[in-house]
Ligand binder design. Sequence first.
Ligand code: SF4
Length: 317
Amino acid sequence: MLYKKIPIGISSCLLGEPVRFDSGHKNNVYIGKVLSQFFDFKPFCPEVSIGLGIPREPIRLVSTAPGAPVRCVGTKNSHLDVTGALSACATDQFRWVSDLCGYIVKNNSPSCGMERVKVYTKNNPQRIGVGIYTAAIIKAFPNLPVEEEGRLGDAVLRENFIKRVFIYQRWREIEKTLDNKQALVEFHTRHKHILMSHDQVKTRELGRLVAELGHIDLMDYCERYLTTMTQILRKPTNKRNHSNVLYHIKGHLKRCLDETDRAELHDTIEQYRQGYLPLIVPITILRHHFRKNPDPYIDKSYYMKPHPRELMLHNAL
Ligand code: SF4
């Protein structure tokens, strides 16, 4: 199947560009070979952009005391303070970043890191920092899916990030038709099962917001919906939540399946819940039954097809 590539920001060094302080790079094969089939990467190196040059003196985050403001300075020359330059550099990128549907950043970088970057207090490092550039991007675009390259090695985090990118892209499309309330309701209907697999309580809360759609300001609605949806999707899924959703979907087949098929499906979901089978197995069986017994509501749901099959992200969950 042909997909329209999704615009994603990325730290340049992850695409193999030799922009690091030592003229090296951190080429990531999964990003370059697999994700690039679906994502249109927009590389950017903040340190090069502020004129630090290649090669350059490494920089690091420092603080005078725990909780005190964090600065980004040279490792040898502490008078080289690029904190303001990196923040301003991020602000200068807001125009093109606002068109993105996700951002992949390099971990451990005092400019690009998303979390747990070393902050030095009297040469004693603590992993409590965020890269100065990425912190400014996250603050300006709190709902943009942002992930670190290192965390993409974890199957659950990888699936979560990629799923959020695809959902965010669909949301951006919906935003273009803001006056179309039906499209907003439809968006919720199609994503409800995915949201339930993250947090059933908050998904119900979101459902109440959707029910108010005719009575509240549309801009206000969209802001509240997107913020709550982001909170829900950031919460990791687990086998219990997925099993509940699978049983819920199975319920739509109750009049179509004979006893043997029902028992087999139940057994497969249980085996998934207990960790003996990956998520792709019950989903494949459900898809098989819905192909033979189409259901318009389930057919619309993105739960069993949140991202391209070729990425095989359900195989490792
Ligand atoms: S981590 Fe960021 S600042 Fe460092 S080389 Fe890569 S893109 Fe440039």
